[in-house]
Design a protein around this ligand. Structure first.
Ligand SMILES: [Fe+2]
Length: 417
């Protein structure tokens, strides 16, 4: 790809943003009639059932995509696939944040093997890299920066996609989006390659694949899932199915994350956080996500902060921000058992999430996240601009102006709630 040439991504186009905003208006909800979800294999027998199903479906060759950190786990999958007679090959050169040259490189290796199954074993970057490499394998001349979600893409003529997450948070195993890094602008921006055909065909949740996650990654990835769930529930594009999944996922993270932190080797508890992450992913990719991610995408890229920890910080501030135009937060408060007997339900709800972050030892402000004040002030304008233009924007219930976004970001830095 030509470097340093400004790319206009689909969601940079004001017309498309307006169309998405309108399409997601509550008045159009009766027109929305598809809810997509991968076939899910889970728990301790999941891997064997998965490889058995692949064999029964006549799959002959599997290309496994992973990174060096979790290659050992990919080897377990490889062994199981070989055990049912499926030929395998592994690429372990995924890089964090999905710069586009990486899936382009991996797609060439996939093309040389010509598999009928692609298996991603890893966290969000691995799964998103696999999605993009899958597109390039199936449609070699696809323009990744201009994928039109309203036109057929032509996937699955060569291979199906299976995702096996090794963290519990991103939900990419159940979404139609690959978050990628646009490095042609400075600082880089996160963008989404989005298409309805991008939902993986299969997801496999095996708690043994996440049980060794360190404490910080366990917290960060769970907070990513929590933000997917809470934000989706409040989004204007949410629907009754995404609402049900989002509420369940919210309660599961709140109930099980503290228990996992107490008993990190307990597979039952780990599995529950995996299920929470998957259903939160299915919720937001079918029901929308908004300002938590417009903010977190840019906290991550501009200040080099872990995506999940950044997501966690945003939750109380975004609830408060949305509340000025939409009272759906009252339903969320009710679901969480907060009683509206003081007339201050919003403050209770905001405090509930802030206290939860404190309870699991997560930061509650950008300052606590470790962002230096000088760096924050220097980058405030570009942060605000990127956040306003983030592709998640049109699904949020409140479309912030530049000034409103800036104030929200400053509140998040200084802890003004
Ligand atoms: Fe996320």
């Amino acid at each position: 790809m030509e470097q340093n040439k400004r790319i206009v991504w689909p969601m940079d186009e004001p017309v498309l943003r307006t169309v998405v905003t309108t399409f997601n208006a509550p008045e159009t909800k009766l027109l929305v009639n598809v809810f997509s979800f991968p076939k899910v294999f889970y728990a301790l027998a999941g891997l064997q059932i998965f490889v058995g199903a692949m064999s029964q479906m006549g799959r002959k060759k599997a290309f496994i995509i992973t990174d060096k950190g979790v290659k050992e786990l990919a080897r377990i999958v490889e062994k199981a696939l070989k055990g049912v007679g499926i030929e395998t090959e592994i690429a372990d050169d995924v890089e964090p944040e999905v710069p586009l040259h990486v899936p382009e490189r991996i797609a060439k290796k996939i093309g040389a093997m010509n598999p009928d199954l692609i298996v991603a074993v890893g966290g969000g970057s691995v799964m998103d890299t696999a999605k993009v490499a899958w597109i390039l394998y199936e449609v070699p001349d696809a323009n990744l920066t201009a994928i039109d979600p309203l036109k057929p893409l032509g996937l699955r003529k060569k291979a199906l996609l299976a995702c096996i997450p090794t963290t519990a948070g991103t939900g990419s195993e159940a979404t139609n989006v690959a978050v990628v890094h646009d490095e042609t602008v400075s600082p880089p921006r996160k963008q989404g390659v989005v298409h309805p055909e991008l939902y993986p065909d299969f997801a496999l949740l095996d708690p043994r694949f996440i049980v060794r996650m360190p404490r910080d990654l366990t917290i960060g990835t769970a907070l990513d899932a929590l933000s997917h769930a809470v934000d989706c529930f409040l989004c204007r594009s949410s629907n009754p199915i995404s609402d049900a999944l989002a509420i369940k996922a919210t309660k599961m993270v709140i109930n099980y994350l503290p228990l996992v932190l107490e008993r990190p080797s307990n597979l039952q508890l780990r599995l529950r956080t995996q299920v929470a992450a998957l259903i939160a992913g299915a919720a937001f990719s079918n029901g929308g996500i908004g300002t938590t991610h417009a903010l977190a995408h840019n906290i991550g890229t501009i200040f080099g902060v872990h995506h999940g920890m950044a997501c966690g910080v945003t939750i109380p501030y975004v609830i408060k921000f949305y509340s000025e135009v939409d009272d759906k937060y009252m339903l969320l408060a009710e679901e969480l058992g907060l009683k509206n007997n003081t007339g201050e339900i919003l403050q209770q709800l905001v405090a509930y999430f802030k206290n939860f972050l404190r309870r699991v030892g997560a930061p509650t402000t950008l300052k606590e996240l470790g962002v230096e004040e000088n760096s924050f002030q220097r980058n405030l304008d570009v942060f605000t601009r990127y956040a306003v233009m983030d592709p998640t924007g049109p699904m949020a219930p409140r479309q912030p102006t530049f000034e409103e976004m800036r104030e929200l970001i400053e509140n998040m830095y200084y802890g003004r709630l």
